[in-house]
Ligand binder design. Structure first.
Ligand SMILES: [Zn+2]
Length: 415
């Protein structure tokens, strides 16, 4: 069942992630409260010193059982896990009726919908935790090392939530389809998105990109992230990372292209450092966004070597692998531990994430690894009656789905 679902998802995503186009039409219902980026003082050349940022360990009970007047309690229940793709900044470009429109409608949410989802999960008592804090390696009585689920110490009554974000690469096709172009460091030392609006004007904003919207939300609601956690960014490598073209290309590689690549590498380093400092972590989504369930062992290992060379070298070590298209390693990682899975584990991966209908997870018994599913707030689940039911603990799709900007397609829970 689960496997069938991920194969279906594979087929659908393959279909959706292959192209582009554009044609603006006004009438966006983007997020409110635009924020002006402060301009630099005359003569000021280096960015302002950013605010200090504290990251705490949720596996340790605060001394005396409370912190900042809040009582903490042990939590051993389910850790919910939602994942997003980049969010649509300009629906009039995304949903312009070209052949990408339906794919974006299926697999993405708009910036406005995303903010509403954050508001809803916050109001329902979820708090953010880092995926890396939810499990750890332990040696059992039999001498075997395995991943085990950690007890978390949370503000009493709160529920833990992992957020992850796939394909935070700012692919070429996205640039002309209503997404932001890249993350940049503002003169205030904070992260902003940069891009072009439908009229072609440059826009620097914190209200149009999934990363900066969450940053801002946590600034305004610090109790949404009592440990400082944000989300885990799942990166491929074939079109660079975070909007910077840090990739190699086997065709026509020239000294000039290499020089440009080095410039992009230098430019993205402070962005990565600031993300890490402010609670964001990184995971691998393979270099080429390849289907791990169907590709050969040789293809998988060669692709991942490229990921380590071009992406891992920038973001550092990670233990989290996000399956492209949800495709499980060796075609099945639930019943078996195949050769590609074992190889990935030897490279340091411990948390293997697919996609499913709930936040299911399983610590494997034969190898130190945990496999898990993530839920996917997007057009497919927002539009479906079953989806609306399943996601009700997070939000009511009826309050989120913005039909004023999305294509006129079927909504299962209407009528
Ligand atoms: Zn992906």
């Amino acid at each position: 069942m689960r496997r069938f679902f991920s194969m279906l998802l594979t087929a659908l995503l393959l279909f959706s992630l292959t192209a582009c186009g554009s044609a603006p039409a006004p009438g966006s219902s983007g997020p409110s409260q635009p924020e002006e980026q402060p301009s630099a003082e005359a003569g000021q050349e280096t960015p302002a010193q950013p605010e200090p940022y504290t990251i705490l360990d949720p596996t340790v009970m605060p001394e005396g059982g409370s912190r900042d007047g809040v009582t903490y309690a042990a939590y051993d229940g389910v850790v919910e896990h939602l994942f997003f793709h980049p969010v649509v900044a300009y629906p009039e470009l995304a949903f312009d009726g070209d052949y990408k429109s339906d794919g974006i409608d299926d697999w993405m949410v708009t910036a406005g919908e995303y903010l509403k989802i954050l508001e809803s999960v916050y109001e329902k008592g979820y708090i953010l935790v880092d995926i890396n804090d939810c499990w750890s390696e332990q040696t059992g009585e039999d001498g075997q090392v395995r991943m085990v689920k950690n007890t978390l110490y949370l503000p009493e009554g709160k529920q833990p939530l992992i957020l992850s974000y796939d394909d935070v690469n700012y692919y070429e096709y996205m640039l002309e389809n209503g997404f932001t172009y890249k993350l940049i460091l503002g003169e205030d030392g904070r992260l902003w998105s940069w891009g072009l609006d439908p009229e072609g004007n440059e826009v620097t904003s914190r209200d149009l990109d999934a990363v900066t919207i969450l940053d801002k939300f946590v600034e305004e609601h610090p109790d949404f992230s009592p440990f400082g956690a944000k989300g885990c960014l799942s990166l491929t490598g074939y079109e660079g990372v975070l909007g910077y073209r840090t990739q190699t290309d086997k065709d026509n590689w020239t000294a000039e292209r290499e020089a440009n690549r080095q410039k992009e590498i230098e430019a993205v380093k402070p962005i990565i450092a600031e993300l890490k400092r402010t609670g964001w972590t990184f995971g691998s989504h393979t270099w080429g966004h390849i289907s791990l369930n169907t590709r050969t062992y040789e293809t998988v290992t060669a692709d991942m070597q490229k990921w380590f060379d071009e992406v891992g070298s920038l973001v550092g070590e990670t233990q989290v692998l996000f399956y492209p298209f949800g495709g499980r390693l060796d075609g099945d990682d639930v019943q078996q531990t195949g050769p590609a899975f074992q190889w990935m584990q030897q490279q340091g991966f411990r948390i293997f994430c697919s996609v499913g209908i709930d936040s299911w997870s399983k610590c494997k018994s034969d190898i130190s690894a945990v496999i898990c599913d993530r839920l996917h707030p997007d057009g497919t689940t927002l539009r479906s009656a079953k989806g609306r039911e399943r996601y009700m603990k997070f939000y009511d799709a009826k309050d989120i789905l913005d039909l004023s900007v999305r294509p006129q397609r079927e909504v299962g829970w209407q009528s």
